[in-house]
Every structure is written in structure tokens, then in C-alpha cells.
Design a protein around this ligand. Structure first.
Ligand code: 4AD
Ligand code: MG
Length: 499
């Protein structure tokens, strides 16, 4: 049975004027969706129906006594209906049009005693426990539509700019980041796995004849693609078995990894900045309703906070601010100097002490972005010791404003965002075979294990660069939500894999 999506119906009726030729007023339509609220007055019954196509509901109205009592009883929040009726200009405020009901079909009831979503504000913690139903709330449906728009914008951006979408494997035998935070993939018997002579698990007998894991990054295969197609990007699920129970980490997340032949660090930064700005702009243009709803939601939430903890910018202002301002670019060495001379460092307010060589903690990143520069920041040229083996080694030593010399560093770049911290991590790659192999040996990675990766440096090597954007961190930023578990439909995190 055909039906009209509510989004289409409301769009056709925006600025409604029944004299207009294309006005839907007067036509008969069928709409289908889930009941958000039912309200009865002396003369009429009002049903707010939502079908997920838009955050807006359509109001359907029946005269008192029109619908049989037992039908009416079954129309409750969460029940699913098909409503047929005539479009009329609404008498009430809040909507331009409404449906004057002629027929109702109840597809599914939702016992109000048992249905957990009621027309009131539920806490995000509670909604996480019913992740299977939370897409039916305004907040989560808005987030999921924005998530979709951003995914689409990302593919569009790369397609428009001559990149090819490359699918890299999810099951892999290599640890791309060399951090060892991987989930094993095996079909061996968990209780009695076959053993080698020296008592270790014999992975030769496993499905792939070797140890395999879920990928932590598609970059290594992405580099193979870039060395043939020029510019590629991946967009796929990524897995990290890091036991960090934070509002910024998931065990399963989606990462976008462009990789470009002939790009150096500066080109990489330019691309990253243009890319995130473009996709945020797309969301502003195409998700106005949903963003306005989330903007409002955030404003309400801010009001419950103490004055000094309230953020200066609303969600929409913050997004505008990011797309309209240049990101600040500075080296890690310069950033460490700023941090060491900062008030919180002098007052001992950082939990982790700052000195050259440390891996910056989220408190440091947020100080730089939110307090010092008040803008997104791109930090470059990090200490070699804290970054992955594949990054291009700097030849020039790092110096600070007083001429003090540090090193060695690599051509890394991290993009830091307000409220998020690191949203993008990337680098120019080491294209020199000898330097790359030497670095691998230093950090204990067997070059033989990824001989195929090293072949790119053996045969027609070239300068190249790339980065990874954490998709959920982007969605987190654009929606203004506070917890990464609320911007993916079914989050995977330590002790969390219910749905
Ligand atoms: O900085 P990362 O670890 O970089 C890489 O994996 C490179 N191979 C990327 C590249 O150069 N092609 O991860 C990249 C981004 C981070 O900046 C962050 O946004 C996101 O991925 N990310 C996570 N997002 C959610 N949960 C986690 N556990 C994440 N770990 C990284
Ligand atoms: Mg990183």
C-alpha cells in the first residue's frame, strides 16, 4: 500500500496556501508511522504521528466519537498506524496542516504498561539501556539522520575531488598501528586449541592458517591503493581492544582514511581542513530541522549547569564558527611550550605533567583548543617515540622559541576540536625503504610480516600522506552530544555488546 512520507507531505505544504495549484490541501493521503502522543479534548482526538523521515510529526484529528472506543484505546504512544484522511489547514497553532481522519489501520499496539518510551524526557543513560528503541525518540532519530547526512557528504566530498573508494579488509594478519590493541579472529576450539610442540596455540591450524585479527586501520592497504590509483579513501568499521571507558572511545567505530600519492604534510593538512569544513557545511545545509532541535536541547541542558561551566557558543554557532575560521597550525614543540607556560601547568592543575616527549593527554589538547586558541588546532611534527612506525622521519631538529633543540620528530598531524580533542590523526609516510625498515626493527615489528607493504617502497615509491577521521567523533561534534555511545546506533565498548 502506498503512503506519503511525512517529510514530503510537510514540504509540499510549507507556506501553505490552499489557492496554490500544488498545495496538498484538499487531497486525500495515507500516512504511516508511530504514535508519539494522543490527546483527547471534548470535541476531538489528536494524534501526533512520526515516521522517521523528519523530526516533525503530522497531526491527525478525529471528531469525538468518530473512532470506535476499542480502536481508540489501542492508539497509544509507540503504537504503529496507517492513517488515511484529507489534508486540511490546521486550526491549531504549531502546524500548518493536519490530516482529517477517515480511516485508521492499527499495525501494532504498544501496551503502555510495558512500552518503555513515554512522552517525556528520558535520561540518556536510560536510553542506552534500551538502545533497540531509542531511535524512536526525537534526539536519537535526529542524530541518526545527521549521521547519515555526514556519511553521504563524506562520499560526495571524495567523489567530487577525484578520490576512489577502496574497501580494505576487516580481517587482517597485521597490526597497522603497531599498538597491539586487537580483537582476535579464530575458529579454533576455545577450550582445547591445538598446540605446537612447545605448548603454544598452533595458529597454523586456524581458519586462515595464521593469527588474524579485526583491523585497527585500513591504512596499510590504503597506501597500496594510493600507489596505484593516486587518491583513495576508505570508510569502514574499525576495531580497537583498548580498555578505555571514556566518552570518546568505542571498541567498534567507523573510520575514514584518505591516502594520497604525492601529498606532503602541508597538502595533507589543507585537505583535512577543507574536508571537515565541507562535510559540516553540508550537515548545516541539509539537516537544519534536526540541528535546530539538538541546538535547543543543548541550550536547555546548559541552563542546568553552573554559569562557569556553560559553553559560550550554542551548537549552531559552534558549527558556524568552525567552518568560518582557519584552523591554527603549530608544531608539537611549540604547543608544549605554550602548555608549560600555561596557568594550569604553573598551578599544578594538569593531572599529567607536561614536558617535551609526552603523549599529550586530552586535558592538554582541550586547554590548547578551548582556552588558549579557542579554535580548532592542527598540531604537527610530534616526537617519533610516541607515534606509529610508518610516519616520515623529520631531518630538521625541532626547536622552540628560545632556540632549544629537541628530537627526533616525525611528520605527524593531529587535528584537535573543541569538546572532542583529537578528531583526526595522520601523517606524511616514510617512503624510504631503509629508514622505514630501520624504524620497524627499532620498535620490534618484523619487516617480513608485512613484506607486501614494504614492496610499495621497493617498487616505484613516492612521497605520500594520509589521515584518519573518527566518524563518531565527527558526529559527536556536529550533534553536540557528550558521549560517543550516543552517536552510533549500537555501541560496542568494554562490557557493552547487548544489542
Ligand atoms: O590516530 P589514529 O589511531 O590513526 C590511525 O589509525 C591512522 N592509521 C590514520 C591514518 O593516518 N590513516 O586514529 C584516527 C582517528 C582518531 O583521530 C580518532 O578520531 C579515531 O580515529 N579513533 C577513535 N574513535 C573512536 N573510538 C576509538 N577507540 C578511536 N580510536 C581512534
Ligand atoms: Mg591518533
Amino acid at each position: 500500500m502506498s503512503y506519503l512520507p511525512i517529510k514530503q507531505l510537510l514540504k509540499a505544504s510549507s507556506g501553505v496556501d490552499s489557492s496554490r495549484m500544488d498545495s496538498p490541501v484538499g487531497t486525500t493521503v495515507t500516512v504511516k508511522g508511530w504514535v508519539r502522543t494522543k490527546r483527547e479534548s471534548k470535541n476531538a482526538v489528536f494524534i501526533a504521528l512520526n515516521d522517521g523521515s523528519t523530526i516533525q510529526n503530522i497531526q491527525a484529528v478525529a471528531e469525538a466519537g468518530q473512532l470506535p472506543e476499542d480502536t481508540l484505546k489501542l492508539i497509544t504512544t509507540g503504537s504503529c498506524l496507517a492513517i488515511t484522511g484529507q489534508i486540511v489547514e490546521s486550526q491549531g497553532s504549531g502546524q500548518a496542516i493536519e490530516v482529517k481522519i477517515t480511516d485508521v489501520v492499527i499495525y501494532g499496539t504498544a501496551d503502555p504498561e510495558k512500552y518503555p518510551l513515554q512522552p517525556k524526557r528520558h535520561s540518556l543513560e536510560f536510553l542506552r539501556e534500551i538502545a533497540h528503541l531509542r531511535p524512536r525518540t526525537n534526539t536519537f532519530s535526529a542524530i541518526l539522520r545527521i549521521r547519515h547526512a555526514l556519511a553521504f557528504a563524506i562520499h560526495k566530498y571524495f567523489n567530487d575531488n577525484g578520490f576512489f573508494y577502496l574497501n580494505t579488509p576487516i580481517i587482517t594478519a597485521s597490526d597497522a598501528e603497531g599498538a597491539g590493541e586487537m580483537f582476535r579472529v579464530t575458529t579454533l576450539d576455545a577450550i582445547k586449541p591445538p598446540l605446537t610442540e612447545d605448548g603454544k596455540v598452533d595458529y597454523n591450524q586456524d581458519f586462515f592458517g595464521r593469527e588474524t585479527n579485526l583491523t585497527v586501520s585500513g591504512q596499510l592497504e590504503g597506501e597500496l591503493g594510493a600507489m596505484a590509483l593516486g587518491k583513495i579513501y576508505t570508510f569502514g568499521p574499525t576495531f580497537r581492544a583498548e580498555n578505555s571507558n571514556t566518552t570518546r572511545h568505542l571498541a567498534e567505530f567507523w573510520m575514514i582514511e584518505p591516502e594520497m600519492a604525492f601529498y606532503e604534510l602541508k597538502d595533507n593538512m589543507n585537505l583535512a581542513e577543507d574536508f571537515v569544513k565541507t562535510v559540516i557545511r553540508y550537515a548545516l545545509q541539509h539537516c537544519a530541522d534536526d540541528l535546530a532541535f539538538l541546538d535547543n536541547r543543548l541550550k536547555e541542558e546548559e541552563k542546568t549547569k553552573k554559569k562557569e561551566e556553560q559553553s559560550e557558543l550554542g551548537l549552531l554557532e559552534k558549527l558556524q564558527f568552525v567552518i568560518n575560521n582557519e584552523f591554527v597550525r603549530l608544531t608539537y614543540t611549540e604547543a608544549v611550550d605554550i602548555l608549560m607556560n600555561s596557568k594550569p601547568a604553573k598551578k599544578g592543575q594538569f593531572q599529567f605533567e607536561v614536558k617535551w616527549g609526552i603523549d599529550l593527554q586530552s586535558e592538554h589538547e582541550r586547554y590548547l583548543v578551548e582556552k588558549h586558541f579557542k579554535k580548532p588546532v592542527i598540531l604537527t611534527n610530534y616526537p617519533r617515540a610516541i607515534k606509529a612506525f610508518y610516519m616520515k622521519q623529520d631531518v630538521e631538529p625541532a626547536t622552540n622559541a628560545r632556540g632549544e633543540v629537541f628530537g627526533p620528530t616525525v611528520r605527524a598531524m593531529d587535528v584537535l576540536f573543541p569538546g572532542i580533542g583529537e578528531i583526526i590523526g595522520g601523517s606524511q609516510r616514510e617512503e624510504d625503504l631503509d629508514k622505514l625498515v630501520a624504524r620497524m626493527q627499532e620498535v620490534g615489528i618484523d619487516p617480513e610480516a608485512i613484506w607486501w607493504y614494504l614492496d610499495t617502497r621497493r617498487f616505484g615509491t613516492a612521497p605520500h600522506a594520509g589521515f584518519g577521521l573518527g566518524f563518531e567523533r565527527l558526529v559527536l561534534f556536529v550533534t553536540g552530544m557528550g558521549n560517543i555511545r550516543d552517536v552510533i546506533p549500537f555501541p560496542r565498548a568494554p562490557k557493552t555488546a547487548e544489542f
